[in-house]
Structure formats: structure tokens, C-alpha cells
Design a protein around this ligand. Sequence first.
Ligand code: ZN
Length: 130
Amino acid sequence: MARSLTYITASQLIAIARNPRVAIVDVRDEERSYDAHIAGSLHYASDTFGERMPDLLQAVKGKDTLVFHCALSKVRGPSCAHMFLDYLTEVKEDAGINKVMVLERGFNGWHASGRPVCRCTNAPCTSDST
Ligand SMILES: [Zn+2]
């Protein structure tokens, strides 16, 4: 299980977001509560990400692709994705996750290019992706 971090663009994500085996993981911090979010995304804030990785692993059971993002996917998104990759290796659990990706340009890029966003206050968001 050679996993490495890859990047995905907003239009590539749109094409796969409805796949039930794809999970979108938002690692923004408090800004998720006043900005919108990608429909159906999970929220694991970067400031508590390390301690919540076991919860995330439970939450993504049955998924094979995880797409991480923060606001710009420059720092928090890739670093949480790396941390989670290391964690997967460490727990040696075959979670069935074979792709860990980062959304290029993050939520801001997604929003700026007119992709659909959700403004619900549910946690986790239960809206359909797209
Ligand atoms: Zn929502």
C-alpha cells in the first residue's frame, strides 16, 4: 500500500464528489463556521487534527479516497493530509484508503470558481456533494 499525497483540481473533484467512496475533509479552523463549506464535507479542524485522527479514521470507514482542503490548501490542508498518511502507516490498519489527496487552491479556489457550496450548520454536513 504505497500511499503518497497527490493533488486534485476543483473540476476533477466535482467529477468524483458524488462517489460514495470519496470523503472530503475540511481542516479549516473557525472560518468554517462563518464561511460556507463544500457540501457533504467532514470537518476536522487543523488545531485539533492530531488528536482527532482516530475519529476521522472511524468516520471514513468504507471510503477509499480522502480529499483534504483548508482555505487555500497551502499549509493546513497538506500538513494534515501528511499527518494522516503517517498515521495510517503507523496504525497498520488496512483502512481501505488508497488515495489521499489535497484540493488545489482549497476552499477559496473552489468557491471563487463558482463551485457549489453549502451553508448548513449541521456537523457533519449531510448535504449531497455537487
Ligand atoms: Zn452543509
